[in-house]
Every structure is written in C-alpha cells, then in structure tokens.
Write a protein that binds this ligand. Structure first.
Ligand SMILES: Cc1ncc(COP(=O)(O)O)c(C=O)c1O
Length: 356
C-alpha cells in the first residue's frame, strides 16, 4: 500500500462534465466558465469572481488591477509564486518573518515594515490557516493601503463569519492539482466586491482587451473543461473540508503526546490544505516513512528570502521562517485518506521515535 502526501479527487461526475463541456462548448471560456465564476463568487461571498489560468496569474493581475508599483508587504515563508507575482506585476516585495505558532505573518511584523513606499499587503493564509485579518484590515484602513489576499491554499477557510478571499480588496485562489479545490489542470480565481477591479481583471486576462486593448495584458483565460471540472468539485468542497477536520483531530489524538514533534494549530478556521508538523530529525523521519511507502512533503525547504532571485529585496532577518524550513514536514492530508492509513502513519512515526 502506498500513501501519497496529497491526492486530488476524481469521480465519474467530474469526468462526465468535462466530456460534456468538451463536446458542447468552445474549449476556452464560455458558459462553464461563467457558471463556475458565479458559483465561486456565491461560495466565497463576494460580488465578482474572475476565472484565470493559474493562481500566479490571479495574483499578478490583482496587483495590476490595483496599480501597485511600490512596496508590497508579504511573508518570507510561502510558495515562490507569491513574491514572483509581485515582481512580475512591477512592484517590490517587502518580506516579514512568520509567527512561530500560526506560521503566518503577524500584524506586529506588518506594522514594523510599513513605510512611505508601502502600497499593499499580501497576506498568505499559509497551509489553510487564515491570517489575523481583523488586525491586518485595521492596519490597511489606517494607512490607506490595499490588501490582496493570497488564498491559494485556503479555499473555504473562515475568519469569523467571512470566508478568506472576501476580506481584502481582492482575493486570489489557485486550483493547482495539490489544492483543496482543483480543476483537472491549472487554474485560478480572482474574487472582489469591486466591480471596477473585476472589469479590469477581465480585460487583463484577455490581452488587456484583445483587439481593442486598453492595457498590456496576459493570455490568462480559463479553459472550458477546467471550469466544468471545478464546478463539480466546488459542490464537494465543504464535505472535504469536514473530512480534513476529522483527520486533523485524529492526528492530534494520536500524536499530541510525542515530545519530538509539534502539531499545527487545530481549530475550526483552518482548512488543512497541508498538515504541517515540526519534527526533530525531520529528514530522517521523512526517509523512514518513505521506506514504509508513506510519502511526505516539505513546505518549504527554504524561505523565499533565501532564494537567489529574491535576495535583492531582502533587508531584514527571518529566523522563524528559517527555523521552520529545517523542521517542517507535511504529513499526508487529503479527504480520501482513510482512518486505517492515519493509524498506520502515526504508528510508524511513533516507531521512529522509539515509542509504541
Ligand atoms: C501560497 C501560494 N500562492 C500562489 C500559488 C500559485 O498558484 P499556481 O500554482 O496556480 O500558479 C500557490 C500554489 O501553487 C501557492 O501555494
């Protein structure tokens, strides 16, 4: 038996919808995309959703929509697409260290980084846990700066009674294969309550307005079959989040007493895109699990501030992110993971540390 670190769900209904869209529609854009946008906007609780071809495009286009050209405060521990989109849009990333419990950038850290040059904050709801959006929104309102939520890992996560992606000026989602919601290929979504932002995003995703171009844009349209696939997945999302919660509680019950590991925050807001533990002898444990055909991931082996292209933007220190990079281990987490798999994973982890 092989236990993957993550596994997207594929069922008959998804396959059938893809075939239907392929036969009845025009391959790119169209009715399925319009309907996916409408369903997603309703789910997140915003007025507009604009489908694009990746999460990276969503972030880059969102920044362009807001005309951000100076500093964007973001976290040092994220997937590289976060700072990449900032640079691609023509702005500059300004990195902060992470909080040692939530692994997200904290409002205090953001406050320290704000300067005359700050035009936006890009909080990343890392691993599926929402940032402290109440405090971050207060800071942004006070300073007159914009918020672009990187919600690529947190579809359906709640901050109080609001979903992430509906709180900042713009929210950006990814539907890449490992994400909580996938589209059978690459895809992304921009969410906003601002009609003007949505209108500009629609132009930018299609060459800035195609034959009547108003901007230098992108070819970032969503394919029809991806939207058709995503619509079916969206109907399953809440059920899958519920299962992710059950799995996180099982991990907690079985692993909480192990001194050598630290569990992530377990609460109702988290959607557990990843279940990231901090582990002593992390690399040895990963290898031990692999020998038992249990595959784990590392998110991320380096903070983005240690990556060559981003060093030029670094002007601080990131000890918490650097520490997490040496200890973080993403143990298997996906809705179809069975209870017996969880028992086995926990048994092998305990065995590694010499416990029964
Ligand atoms: C935090 C974060 N931001 C942005 C992205 C970019 O999304 P995509 O891979 O769809 O371009 C991802 C995922 O890949 C991500 O995890």
């Amino acid at each position: 038996m092989v236990i993957a670190s993550t596994l997207p769900t594929l069922d008959k209904k998804m396959e059938e919808e893809v075939l239907r869209a392929l036969r009845e529609e025009f391959f790119v854009g169209g009715k399925s995309v319009d309907e996916f946008e409408a369903d997603f906007a309703r789910y997140i609780g915003v007025d507009h959703a604009v489908a694009v071809s990746s999460g990276t495009d969503a972030l880059t286009i969102a920044l362009r929509c807001l005309d951000i050209k100076k500093d964007v405060i973001t976290t040092s521990m994220t997937f590289v697409a976060t700072p990449e989109s900032i640079v691609l849009s023509g702005a500059r990333p300004k990195f902060g260290d992470i909080d040692t419990e939530s692994y997200n950038i904290s409002p205090e850290e953001i406050n320290k980084l704000i300067s005359e040059q700050t035009e936006a904050i890009m909080p990343v709801h890392l691993y599926g846990l929402p940032c402290d959006m109440k405090e971050i929104t207060d800071i942004a309102e006070d300073k007159g700066i914009k918020i672009i939520e990187d919600a690529a890992q947190s579809h359906g996560a709640q901050c109080g009674n609001r979903k992430v992606g509906s709180i900042g000026d713009v929210g950006c989602f990814s539907f890449y294969s490992t994400k909580n919601l996938t589209v059978g290929g690459n895809g992304g979504m921009i969410t906003t309550n601002d009609g003007k932002i949505a209108e500009k995003a629609r132009l930018l995703r299609e060459h800035g307005g195609s034959n009547y171009s108003k901007y230098i844009g992108y070819n970032a349209r969503m394919n029809t079959i991806n939207a058709a696939f995503g619509r079916v997945q969206l109907q399953c999302l809440d059920q899958w989040i519920k299962r992710r919660h059950e799995i996180s509680k099982l991990y907690k019950d079985k692993l909480a007493d192990l001194m050598e590991i630290k569990l992530p925050i377990i609460n109702d807001e988290h959607v557990y895109h990843l279940f990231v533990i901090q582990a002593e002898q992390r690399d040895e444990l990963k290898e031990y699990l692999r020998k038992e055909k249990i595959f784990c991931g590392i998110h991320y082996p380096l903070p983005v501030t240690s990556l060559e292209p981003y060093k030029q933007y670094v002007d601080g220190s990131y000890p918490n992110a650097e520490y997490l990079a040496t200890k973080a281990l993403s143990i298997p987490m996906y809705p179809t993971l069975e209870n017996k798999d969880i028992d086995f994973i926990c048994q092998i982890i305990k065995e590694f540390y010499g416990e029964k």
